[in-house]
Design a protein around this ligand. Sequence first.
Ligand SMILES: Nc1ncnc2c1ncn2[C@@H]1O[C@H](COP(=O)(O)OP(=O)(O)OP(=O)(O)O)[C@@H](O)[C@H]1O
Ligand SMILES: [Mg+2]
Length: 361
Amino acid sequence: MLQIEIDHLNKHYVGFHALKDINIAIKQGSFVALVGPSGCGKSTLLRTLAGLEKISSGDVRIAGTSVVGKPPRERDVAMVFQSYALYPHMDVERNMNYSMRLKRRPKDEISERTRAAADTLGLGGLLDRLPKALSGGQRQRVAMGRAIVRNPKVFLFDEPLSNLDAALRVHMRGEIRKLHERLQATSVYVTHDQVEAMTMADHVVVMRSGVVEQQGSPLDLYDHPGNKFVAGFIGSPAMNFLPATAEADGKIVFNKDSTQSIQSNFHIEAGRKLWVGMRPEHLSLQAGSNDVEIDAVVTGIESTGSMTFVVLDVADQPVIMAHSGRPGNGKGEKVRLHISADNLHLFDYETELAITSTRTT
Ligand SMILES: Nc1ncnc2c1ncn2[C@@H]1O[C@H](COP(=O)(O)OP(=O)(O)OP(=O)(O)O)[C@@H](O)[C@H]1O
Ligand SMILES: [Mg+2]
């Protein structure tokens, strides 16, 4: 069943078209991430789902019913914001059940639901603490507790983890995902961090400038990016792009160094201007099957301990190779890069759309 349907949604602020013809269908129980650079419209879209922002045209349906014009409290959604905005003078328990007290729910129900949410979140021992006596991660959990006690059909998260340190963020990602599964809720999660989107969501929506650029499963977006923007946005370190020109029979020549050419398995008309995309983790110093070879010069080595990022010069362009070991190469060394022809991505130079249908294999 579809829990949320966003149908030809447009949002205009005065003089600014913030959301442009957005179409997203979200299944009951799924975890959807909205991801994209700052200012692309993620929060605006989430706020239109919550009812905090009026839409200009289109439709939003929750559980099959249009919610356009309905105030937030009639939508059965709960939103968790980046800033937790806890009431400083209320203890954890009163922060969590504030909305139920406001609605004058029966006392038994309030304490039962608060207790259940606190247990779910591991806050049982902290119910009488004030927010100032909590760590950042604990405050974040109280903010989620406030949403959980309302028992909503849909959770909306707007960058809930960006105030936390890296280790806690990774921990909380797992916790939110587990919570989502336990509550069998539908979650929409805004983040500008593509790793967060990829690891948490089963459906990722990539946005830019108010437009949905592409949506699909995380691996679908990684394997088959529809354009250069999505290709560069999904994956870390980002995909390398080199300007190039097609010659006959799938041969491709780098624009900045016409002595270097690679043999692809694409059918492209000669003379077409392209971007060649290569993911850092697909480049190797070892020959493999279906191999394409490229000459390069090492210009830098960045080691994280477990991974080494080798910065190279290829046809006068910087290229990054991710290496899981510790290559013994030094700056200035000439090397031969290898990549499987199956891992080459091509994009039209002008439209930046992926060239796909012409693969021969
Ligand atoms: N009330 C408003 N009036 C006019 N423009 C607005 C208003 N609110 C937001 N915008 C614009 O709409 C665009 C989308 O804003 P939004 O907050 O949705 O971005 P975002 O993707 O959440 O970015 P971030 O990652 O920085 O939070 C921005 O360009 C912003 O300047
Ligand atoms: Mg935002």
